[in-house]
Write a protein that binds this ligand. Structure first.
Ligand code: KIV
Length: 272
């Protein structure tokens, strides 16, 4: 099928805005390394997010909090070397933007300079508006992230659905409008009721990308390792698995082990 984005050689924030305005849904996935990012770009994904979910799926931490700025820059620069077409957005890790806005700008500049990414993503609304403003003033595009914000897990104590009560819905709506007013080019909405996501999406003019936020947002994002079935334990309701790669990898590795042990590998043609 032909989409507005089909002819685009490089996805920019302006292209995402056009996609939203012309009702073409935006497809975003995470990637953290060169090889998989290359495949996503060949498949013509619109946005590659170098998510701080790298802390979970790449490093095995229970939360996203421990990943450092240096580690995010390492993942981001690997992804940037692979991607020619997609917009590359990088998560600012916990502790690099929530305090002093000058430190936030310094962290964002390091990400942009050292990785070559196109934009950064920050979790939160009103509480971090000074950091967002300062980063935007430096000409760095910012994607917001509202709803379930995993970097605040210790405040909320659970990864349950957010914005189920009126006060939180009100704050979500006002944060989304604030992010748009400040100049964010897009907002991620994570794990909130579909009806609330629809309301938020209709209340702003910038693209809203959902994860566990129903089908009325302007696009969707999933963690690559979850949707490919590489991770096995994580099964929230919103996750659609497009493959069961873990089974295939375990089977292939098992076959290799068997071939090595039984001296079926390498054969005569597989040697010099
Ligand atoms: O880190 C991440 O992968 C994310 C997505 C879940 C949106 O922020």
């Amino acid at each position: 099928m032909a989409y507005l984005s089909s002819d685009v050689n490089k996805v920019t924030t302006k292209i995402l805005q056009r996609m939203r305005d012309e009702n073409e849904k935006i497809a975003m996935l995470t990637a953290y390394d060169y090889s998989l990012a290359k495949l996503l770009d060949i498949a013509r994904i619109d946005v590659v997010l170098v998510g701080d979910s790298a802390a979970n799926v790449m490093a095995g931490y229970k939360t996203t909090l421990p990943i450092t700025l240096d580690e995010m820059i390492y993942h981001a620069s690997s992804v940037v070397r692979a991607v020619e077409r997609a917009l590359v957005v990088v998560d600012m890790p916990f502790g690099t933007y929530q305090g002093n806005s000058k430190d936030a700008l310094h962290s964002a500049i390091r990400i942009m300079k050292e990785s070559g990414a196109d934009a950064v993503k920050l979790e939160g609304g009103e509480e971090i508006h000074e950091s967002i403003e300062r980063i935007l003033c430096a000409g760095i595009p910012v994607m917001g992230h509202l709803g379930l914000t995993p970097q605040s897990i210790n405040k909320f104590g659970t990864y349950a659905v957010r914005a189920t009560e009126d006060a939180e819905v009100e704050k979500l709506l006002s944060d989304a409008q604030l992010l748009e007013k400040l100049g964010c080019f897009s907002i991620v909405l994570e794990k909130i009721p579909a009806e609330v996501a629809k309301q938020v999406t209709e209340s702003v003019h910038i693209p809203v990308i959902g994860i566990g936020a129903g089908h009325d947002t302007n696009g969707q994002v999933l963690v690559l390792h979850d949707m490919l079935g590489i991770t096995q334990q994580f099964s929230p309701r919103f996750l659609r698995r497009y493959h069961n790669l873990s089974e295939e990898i375990i089977r292939a590795v098992g076959n290799y082990i068997e071939d090595v042990k039984t001296m079926q590998f390498p054969n005569d043609k597989e040697q010099y």
